[in-house]
Design a protein around this ligand. Structure first.
Ligand SMILES: Cc1cc2nc3c(=O)[nH]c(=O)nc-3n(C[C@H](O)[C@H](O)[C@H](O)COP(=O)(O)O)c2cc1C
Length: 399
């Protein structure tokens, strides 16, 4: 068995795969089943003090299909848990007793300083391993001055994170950041200054997945109205990867990644760009808790193939290869080449190059694409279009 353990904020996780704060972690019975399936940790869905009014609306989710495939993205207008801290305290006790080797974290959100302090103190007394603070929910909560209202203002980030960190006597404090900010590294820097232990990047991305074009109501429809929601899943992976990389390369603080992690390859990409811990929400909701078996097996196989003896060795390995645009090499020429045996002669590369590229492809009688090396600038658009992946860029000369 490959050792997949990885330390994050001073805590050793048996493997880096963690259930993110979401419906999947809103019952101890569900988290128990997830731990049995093999998840290294779970963040219990965001909770609040008993006086906080959490008024949920239904339906609260809608999906984005692409090419008749589900689920390119999920949008939710869920809020924090309607289970208050009294329920979550009990959950922490039960889960820590039954699964002492798993990391039981809890997500919290407060309106006032006393709320944040009370939440931390009660959860610490219940035996929680780590506290995550949501400064990032993009819908509903900002209307009450909570969620991403804090995350979008570095001064509020630093002040609120410091309240929580000072109230926490034993456990690490992680701040979950919003991508809805011009420069997420400024927020991460504010967390660092507060003394908190780590950041989570990212929460959902604000969006509207679609509109019913016949009754004009955007989705999800709550009677005859909708509201702007939070988008998660595959479609937000590029934003999450970018945020994780930006923080990891410029702020000295551990990062737990959240946003679109679906396969072991996604997991490896986030590790390579600097994440030390991997949170999964939408994919676990869609495919179930057994997904973690595939994630662990894929990661272990990758490590064997690449001769990595620990997950730690993967963390941040791509960061030196991510440079500013001006630092990229301009002294090579690449052109597109076709593998004729695999080409299905569909002509899509021709159309793409003709109308979206540099008119470097011609199609002969046999319908196999021919490339004009002089005209081909090497933009690579055709390789992104080919449905059977039979085009590749090849280096032809140093300029
Ligand atoms: C239905 C739903 C409810 C969520 N509730 C919370 C929450 O209570 N607290 C929180 O910090 N994040 C919450 N999230 C955000 C997820 O934890 C996660 O950060 C986000 O979905 C991106 O990860 P993913 O692409 O793996 O889903 C929720 C997400 C969904 C889909």
């Amino acid at each position: 068995m490959t050792d997949l353990s990885l330390e994050f904020c001073g805590i050793k996780y048996p493997n880096p795969f963690v259930l993110a704060a979401a419906p999947t972690t809103d019952k101890e019975e569900m988290v128990g089943r997830a731990f049995e399936a093999g998840w290294g940790g779970a963040i219990l869905k965001t909770t609040s003090v008993e006086t906080e009014d959490v008024s949920l609306v239904y339906p609260m989710m809608t999906g984005l299909d692409y090419d008749n495939k589900r689920l390119a993205a999920l949008e939710n207008i869920d809020l924090i848990s309607h289970h208050h801290i009294d329920v979550v305290e009990k959950r922490v006790r039960i889960l820590k007793k039954e699964f002492p080797d798993r990391v039981v974290a809890a997500s919290i959100m407060g309106q006032a300083k006393e709320h944040w302090e009370e939440l931390v103190q009660r959860l610490e007394a219940a035996g929680v391993d780590l506290i995550e603070c949501s400064f990032s929910c993009p819908h509903g909560m900002p209307e009450k001055g909570m969620g991403s209202t804090i995350g979008q203002n570095p001064e509020l980030v630093e002040r609120t994170a410091r309240w929580v960190k000072e109230a926490a006597k034993r456990v690490p404090v992680v701040i979950k950041l919003t991508p809805q900010i011009a420069d997420i590294t400024v927020a991460a820097e504010a967390v660092k200054k507060s003394g908190a232990d780590g950041v989570c990047a990212i929460n959902t991305v604000k969006g509207i997945l679609g509109v019913d074009i016949y009754d004009f109501v955007p989705h999800p429809k709550v009677r005859d109205k909708s509201t702007i929601g939070g988008v998660s899943g595959l479609a937000i992976k590029p934003v999450a990867l970018r945020c994780v990389a930006e923080i990891a390369r410029s702020v000295d603080i551990p990062v737990t990644a959240s946003g679109g992690i679906t396969t072991w390859r996604d997991a490896v990409e986030f590790l390579l760009l600097g994440a030390r811990n991997l949170q999964v929400c939408t994919a676990a909701m869609q495919y179930g808790f057994d997904l973690v078996g595939d994630l662990k097996e894929g990661l272990a196989n990758y490590m064997a193939e690449m001769n990595f003896s620990s997950v730690e060795q993967i963390v941040g390995k791509s960061l030196p290869k991510l440079v500013d645009h001006g630092a990229l090499s301009r002294d090579i020429k690449v052109v597109s080449r076709v593998d004729e045996d695999r080409c299905i002669k569909c002509g899509r590369c021709y159309v793409a190059c003709n109308d979206g590229g540099h008119q470097a492809i011609t199609i002969g009688e046999d319908r196999v694409p021919q490339f004009d090396e002089e005209e081909c600038v090497g933009c690579a658009f055709c390789t992104t279009i080919c449905p059977v992946y039979c085009l590749e860029m090849e280096r032809v000369e140093d300029k």
